[in-house]
Design a binder for this molecule. Structure first.
Ligand SMILES: *Cc1c(COP(=O)(O)O)cnc(C)c1O
Length: 416
């Protein structure tokens, strides 16, 4: 589907028309929008939905009434909740239900999966990532290298950006040499919102016999993925961005089923074969599914919101979510070109097919603009030194929100 901004005008009336035509507009009421604010930060912390609130309330109530019996007798037994929520999320990434589990946090899940899939052998000892990667991912990769006795300074190879914003797939592929034992990349570059061509990257890695994993924190819940079809080896993503799981809520991991017989080296008892976990034997035997890579007791209160928030995404449909995201971010780009001028420039890819869910604006006055926006109740993200990111979450942001935010920016610029 094409991105439809037909008849674009920088007027409030046009914004209202877009909202009237928006098939997802009806989901806005399912969320708690912070009063008196325009919230354009769903890529950092998604909002609380009424559905998630209800699901949390239910777990609290079950804890109150059932206490320990909740593990088995809760409406959705806690003992199986991580696998169940993983199975519900699996279609969002194009995976089989048993290849996804809701567990841990993103960084811990990187450690858990890389500990299994990074297997230095002979001359293949290095990990390939990129210099625009989210720092925690690189910290985890360096830690994993050090744990295997490799010097992170020489064994973490970083693909360089030519323009400081984006990566070229061919530059990354060129670095997939026979020294590389693992590739770890983002789906969407968190600063510029560039969407990488995961299919091409996964194919290139596979052709060279290198396992590849993606951090999809900035894309799951925003767009469809086809991890199985692309034959990705692993993926991780957090729950609190586009999946609206709440602060520090449970994250997810995907492990392609061809790796189920590998060993989870960050082993823990919740990865044990499910129906024998409570035999409490001294030798670890992991469940032959993504659940085998769990470490500890699932954080039931961190999983509960997902029961509600994933239901909204299922109802809305991930294709419709992506379509709105493309259109509304294109709307930001068009308004920025029209209203903001050279002091606040679009720093994200202009082609919506190459863009994730936010738009980065570059400026020398990022701090002042961010502060002035906050004073007017417009909540956006500041990435020092020179970046402001606006993220319209397709399920609850409106075109009018975007119009108001961009007009506020134009006024602030005029008064600088
Ligand atoms: C948000 C995000 C994380 C967050 O990591 P946590 O361990 O959940 O704090 C990691 N990586 C990327 C790419 C992210 O966007």
């Amino acid at each position: 589907m094409s991105t439809d901004l037909a008849g674009f005008e920088p007027t409030e009336a046009f914004a209202r028309q877009m909202d009237e035509r928006d098939p997802l507009a009806r989901f806005r009421d399912r969320f708690h929008l912070p009063e008196g604010t325009i919230y354009l930060l769903g890529n950092s912390l998604g909002l609380l939905s009424r559905d998630a609130e209800r699901a949390i309330g239910q777990v609290v109530d079950e804890w109150r009434r059932l206490a320990i019996r909740g593990w088995i007798e809760a409406e959705s037994p806690w003992f199986h909740l991580a696998e169940r929520v993983g199975a519900v999320a699996a279609p969002l990434v194009g995976a089989r239900p048993e290849e996804v589990v809701a567990t841990g946090t993103t960084t811990v899940n990187i450690h858990a999966l890389v500990s299994t899939l990074y297997r230095p052998e002979g001359g293949r000892t290095k990990i390939l990532a990129d210099e625009l990667n989210f720092p925690t991912d690189l910290y985890a990769l360096k830690g994993q290298l050090a744990l295997r006795g490799r010097d992170p300074d020489t064994h973490l190879v970083l693909a360089r950006s030519r323009d400081g914003r984006t990566l070229e797939e061919r530059d990354i592929i060129e670095l997939m040499t026979d020294e590389i034992a693992l590739v770890h990349l983002p789906s969407v570059v968190y600063r510029s919102a560039q969407l990488l061509d995961m299919e091409t990257l996964a194919r290139a890695a596979r052709e060279r016999g290198i396992p590849i994993g993606f951090d999809c924190s900035h894309s799951v819940g925003l767009m469809p993925h086809r991890l199985d079809e692309w034959e990705a080896d692993y993926a991780v993503w957090c729950g609190y961005k586009y999946l609206n799981s709440g602060p520090g809520g449970s994250a997810f991991l995907y492990l392609n089923r061809r790796h189920f017989d590998r060993e989870p080296l960050l082993a823990g008892w919740f990865g044990y074969v499910k129906d024998r976990q409570f035999d409490m034997l001294l030798d670890f035997e992991h469940a032959p599914c993504a659940g085998g890579w769990q470490i500890s007791s699932p954080t039931i209160l961190g999983l509960a919101p997902l029961v509600g928030s994933l239901e909204i995404i299922r109802e809305a449909g991930i294709d419709a979510i992506r379509e709105k995201s493309r259109t509304i971010t294109s709307y930001i780009v068009a308004l920025a070109d029209e209203l903001l001028g050279p002091e606040l420039r679009v720093g994200s890819p202009r082609d919506p097919e190459r863009r994730g869910g936010h738009v980065a604006l570059e400026t020398d006055h990022a701090g002042r603009i961010h502060e002035a926006l906050a004073g007017r109740g417009v909540i956006v993200d500041l990435r020092p030194p020179g970046l402001i990111r606006l993220c319209p979450a397709p399920l609850y942001s409106s075109y009018e929100d975007v119009w108001r935010a961009l007009h506020a920016m134009a006024e602030i610029l005029a008064s600088l």
